[in-house]
Design a protein around this ligand. Structure first.
Ligand code: FAD
Ligand code: NAI
Length: 476
């Protein structure tokens, strides 16, 4: 067994871990990153959940399925005739795999460029001593590495439904949901959160009859109510069947597919027979195999690693970031924490502003937001002004042929400071960045209203919604 000493060891090579490793190396540390993810050939596949079975492959399939839907439905409106439209699911999946591999390879290149040593295998704590923390790597060979500073970035796993474990054949997690080989005739999803809506959209666009069963009585409870209502209207129009307030009972998987017994919102007993079921009811922090007990690393009651605001764990020199700690399970949140931790280790003042972390749901229409919702402002008693602008009145949206949705600004009633921006509509995943920048700079709605936005562009809806706060829209 070889032994190696580093300044910093990062356990986990997802967006949190690999970005932390790169930033630490930029700051002059001698850095190692350990990641156990295996590609189909057993080789490394850096990038974690996000790159391999999360953000990247889901967006690749969302894009492909959207092209297919456009070709089948909206091209005709543009005067484009499509004859003999067909679907090659195998090709679509292999394109997605190529996109994933490009991202895996990109991280290998970045590690080389930044001189981050990569170890492929499972990392686990062995012991703490004066030399630092000893970490065992179990890969093709067993190695031991030691460092004074450790960043744990071991991510999260899909939460299974009690009594219905994932078999990735019929009962699928996000992993299986991204590699269904043929479009199922009938597909059910349990949980109408982010994965439920994104993966439900992919397979509906490709032709599946999709039903989403959600336990809560409200749709997208964390989203601004007005925006969530608009989104639900759009999804219903697309025939994405969403049943709220259900209680899922027995789930049986057999040769013919899956049967789901559930109680509907009115208390009626229902059952649903489908070819495949995707369970998307949230994710659990992952500390499997980390051997946290060996060094006394504290976990909280959810199984997440306990950290303070600055990602310090219960142990000196051990930090934890991303999905394995509190806070939203988002790749960009993990990355920001990774950068901040590396900078803190170097004596700098790394900072993550949790109030300005954007959320995006990549459905069509897309949903994006930053800051507080109207219901949160009402509950807190803060006096606010609201302004909305519909994409229906935006020239670029009309030219695109996609006028669903709106932009909504919420600003402080007295100071006009922007408190939240909420969007549903075309390309709002890109538009939301302007709102994030504005909020970081503590801008007022008036600041955005007075900035020149290119015409014709979707971003004019942002400016107009800011104008609407002061009741002076120009185009509506
Ligand atoms: P992970 O990405 O989970 O990476 C952890 C890594 O650590 C993995 O490679 C794992 O194998 C490795 N590991 C774990 N334990 C060990 C060990 N003991 N030794 C060695 N290696 C170990 N977020 C967004 O912001 N935008 C999106 O569009 C988006 N889409 C998503 C779509 C889906 C279907 C899913 C499931 C998630 C999506 N997310 C999205 C969430 C995003 O993937 C996570 O927030 C992000 O991956 C968290 O990064 P992380 O670095 O904390 O952990
Ligand atoms: P989620 O937390 O977004 O949604 C889970 C949903 O399942 C909730 O609405 C919840 O009420 C419901 N639910 C829970 N138990 C249930 C039950 N027994 N029966 C019926 N419904 C039940 O979780 P999801 O969709 O699994 O995604 C996990 C996380 O991954 C997200 O929270 C997000 O952090 C991340 N992600 C981010 C994406 C993005 O940024 N675009 C895309 C996909 C995932």
């Amino acid at each position: 067994m070889s032994e190696k000493q580093f300044d910093v060891v990062v356990i986990g090579g997802g967006p949190g871990g690999y970005v932390a490793a790169i930033r630490a190396a930029q700051l002059g540390f001698n850095v190692a990153c350990i990641d156990e993810w295996k590609n189909a050939k057993g080789g490394p596949a850096l990038g974690g959940t996000c790159t391999n079975i999360g953000c990247i492959p889901s967006k690749a399939l969302l894009q492909s399925s959207e092209h297919y839907e456009h070709a089948g439905h909206s091209f005709a409106d543009h005067g484009i005739k499509v004859e003999g439209l067909g679907l090659d699911v195998a090709k679509m999946l292999s394109r997605k795999d190529t996109v994933v591999k490009q991202n895996n390879d990109g991280i290998v290149y970045l590690f080389k460029k930044n001189k981050v040593a990569f170890f492929h295998g499972r990392g686990s704590f062995v012991k703490a001593s004066d030399a630092g923390y000893e970490i065992k790597v179990e890969g093709a060979a067993e190695e031991s590495i030691t460092a004074k500073q450790v960043i744990v970035a071991t991510g999260s796993n899909a939460r299974p439904l009690p009594g219905a474990p994932f078999d990735e054949e019929n009962i699928l997690s996000n992993d299986g949901a991204l590699r269904i080989g043929a479009v199922p005739k009938k597909l059910a999803l349990i949980g109408s959160g982010v994965i439920g809506l994104e993966m439900g959209s992919v397979w509906r666009r490709l032709g599946a009859e999709v039903t989403v069963l959600e336990a809560l009585p409200t749709f997208l409870g964390a989203v601004d109510e007005q925006i969530a209502k608009e989104a639900l209207k759009a999804f219903t129009k697309q025939n994405l069947k969403i049943e709220l307030g259900v209680k899922v009972g027995e789930v049986k998987s057999g040769k013919k597919g899956v049967s789901i017994a559930y109680t509907d919102a009115k208390g009626g007993a229902q059952s649903l027979e489908v070819d495949k079921l995707i369970v998307s009811i949230g994710r659990v922090p992952n500390t499997i195999g980390l051997n946290a007990e060996a060094v006394g690393l504290k976990l909280d009651e959810r199984g997440a690693i306990e950290v303070d605001e600055e990602c310090r764990t219960s142990l000196p020199g051990v930090w934890a970031i991303g999905d394995v700690v509190r806070g939203p399970m988002l790749a960009h949140k993990a990355e920001e924490e990774g950068v901040a931790v590396a900078e803190r280790m170097a004596g700098q003042h790394g900072h993550v502003n949790f109030n300005t972390i954007p959320w995006v749901i990549y459905t069509s229409p897309e949903i994006a937001w930053v800051g507080q919702t109207e219901q949160q402002l009402k509950a807190s008693g803060r006096a606010y002004k609201a302004g909305t602008f519909p994409f229906l009145a935006n020239g670029r949206a009309r030219a695109l042929g996609d006028t669903t949705g709106m932009v909504k600004f919420l600003a402080d009633a007295a100071t006009d400071e922007i408190l939240g921006v909420h969007m549903v509509g075309p390309m709002v995943s890109e538009l939301i960045s302007e709102a994030v920048v504005a909020m970081e700079f503590k801008a007022s709605a008036e600041d955005i209203a007075r900035i020149c936005h290119a015409h014709p562009s979707l971003s004019e809806a942002t400016k107009e919604a800011a104008l609407a706060v002061d009741k002076r829209t120009l185009n509506f």
